[in-house]
Design a binder for this molecule. Structure first.
Ligand code: AHR
Length: 501
């Protein structure tokens, strides 16, 4: 078994848009209530936001957070979420069969985002509403003053506009589960007309149009083509969503699913470029992979809760308890995003707190880190700069659904400002250690700074509020650097971050 990469300053994929390390907070389950917001918790600040959660979010460095949904947005009445809290209505929330108390809304979330050091990617409701509600919300958020909705914002105590730059035109509109689900043509027309009106209000914004909810949708990828034929000129990104799981307890097959993500991205790029050619357009459509993660552990429990429980505020939903192998796949998915950083300009790990999340909270206790927290942290922290083509050559294996799966996957990022080079590598062989040989002659004078490894004997090992069983460690003596050739030991089934400076 072998793995070889060649890294050169001139083999550039692209300068990485830091927004690929974005995440997502939806009004779903305990993401908001008892997640980011819990007045009365010992760590709550004056606004009711949990400082223990904010600390963990800031530690990762999350450049952008998508809000308020997700499926939630397709029946979201934004006006209910602003103004004096005591006057806000409680609403039936259709997507997750919950009661929405509207204690946190657009202005509170903007406040939280500032504290977290994140920008907002705000979604508008194109399910039960349309152009008017989207325009009014934009006017409320971004117009300085002197109009109905900007003055309404000011009357709510928010003098300065939020100046939100990225807006999603609805959510997963191809899905029959979506409130206000549409055909591609219906949605493409509505998205385009909404885009044009929104850009009249604020030409500086960027817009994300909905692609398919996943590659299994019967309308994929014709959905992308039809929607873009309508909206190509007026939008800036098309969204991609995917979630993977290990339903058949087949780890090798599970870890091969980042190859599916790679194929998905390539197909969407091809579809965008097909429409570009048809339209004789000069513009490249960029990709926003604004929902990605592992999601399957809590499915059965959630089905039961959604059917058999009365309407309630913030029921525990989608609380996947991630294990060690999930962290490996999350690492592999991050590598895949980096490999496509020339076209994938934004991405959101879905989600951030309590709901399919790297950060969990105990209602009467601390916030804690799930296994998947770590690859996300490492990529966001060390994956800034220029993505390099690694020219990977590696031995391969086949799995139940995939063939020619490389035993090792790798991405490399050169932080040209800090003069640092980081290699991210996953050994997805379950039996053997593999030595990664890296030709780094182009980085003369660089020395090994650190090799961080996340490994565990048990694929099913998990973290909890009490223990961090899956924890990265810095290892020494695992790497040798001689005359520009680096060799690094990658233990079986491991996530590795090798840093040079
Ligand atoms: O992230 C959870 C849900 O997954 C989102 O609400 C929806 O967009 C997707 O189906």
């Amino acid at each position: 078994k072998f793995a070889k990469i060649t890294l050169d300053r001139d083999f550039r994929i692209s300068r990485i848009d830091k927004r690929i390390y974005g995440s997502f907070i939806e009004h779903l389950g305990r993401a908001v209530y008892t997640g980011i917001y819990q007045p009365g918790h010992p760590t709550a600040d004056e606004a009711g936001f949990r400082k223990d959660v904010l600390d963990l979010v800031r530690e990762i460095g999350v450049p952008i957070v998508r809000y308020p949904g997700g499926n939630f947005v397709s029946n979201f009445y934004w006006e209910d979420s602003v103004g004096p809290v005591a006057e806000r209505p409680r609403r039936l929330e259709l997507a997750w069969r919950s009661t929405e108390p509207n204690l946190v809304g657009v202005n509170e979330f903007a406040d939280w985002s500032k504290k977290a050091g994140s920008d907002i990617m705000l979604a508008v409701n194109l399910g039960t509403r349309g152009i008017d509600a989207a325009c009014n919300l934009l006017e409320y958020c971004n117009h300085p003053f002197g109009t109905k909705y900007s003055d309404l914002r000011i009357s709510h105590g928010v003098k300065d506009p939020h100046d939100i730059k990225v807006w999603c035109l609805g959510n997963e509109m191809d899905g029959p589960w979506q409130t206000g689900h549409k055909t591609a043509l219906e949605y493409g027309r509505l998205a385009d007309e909404t885009a044009k009106a929104m850009k009249q209000i604020d030409p500086s914004i960027e817009l994300v149009v909905c692609g398919s909810s996943n590659t299994g949708m019967p309308t994929y990828p014709q959905w992308e083509a039809t929607v873009l034929e309508q909206a190509y000129d007026d939008v800036d990104y098309i969204s991609l969503h995917t979630y993977y799981g290990n339903r058949f307890h087949d780890t090798a097959n599970f870890l091969a699913q980042s190859d599916d993500m790679d194929h998905f991205i390539k197909t969407v790029i091809s579809t965008c470029d097909f429409v570009k050619a048809k339209k004789r357009s000069k513009k490249d459509m960029m990709l926003s992979f604004d929902e990605w993660n592992v999601w399957f552990h809590a499915n059965e429990e959630d089905d039961d809760t959604m059917k058999n429980r009365p309407w309630s505020v913030a029921p525990a939903l989608l609380e996947d308890h991630y294990d060690f192998e999930d962290a490996l796949l999350v690492g592999l998915m991050l590598i895949t995003l980096l490999k496509h950083s020339d076209r994938v300009r934004m991405a959101c790990l879905a989600q951030l707190v309590n709901v399919i999340a790297p950060i969990m909270t105990e209602k009467d206790g601390p916030a804690w880190k799930q296994t998947i927290y770590y690859p996300y942290l490492h990529a966001s922290k060390y994956g800034r700069g220029v993505a390099l083509n690694t020219a990977l050559r590696a031995s391969r294996h086949d799995t139940m659904d995939y063939s020619g799966v490389t035993d090792v996957e790798s991405a490399a990022v050169w932080n040209d400002e800090e003069e640092e080079l980081t290699i991210f590598a996953v050994n997805r062989d379950l039996q053997e250690e593999i030595v990664l040989e890296s030709d780094v002659r182009s980085f003369e004078g660089y020395e090994l700074l650190e090799h961080i490894v996340l490994a565990h004997e048990e694929m099913t090992a998990v973290n909890s509020a009490q223990t961090q069983a899956v924890l990265p460690k810095s290892v020494t003596g695992w790497d040798g650097l001689e005359s520009g050739f680096l060799s690094s030991r990658l233990p079986k089934a491991s996530w590795n971050v090798i840093r040079l400076k």
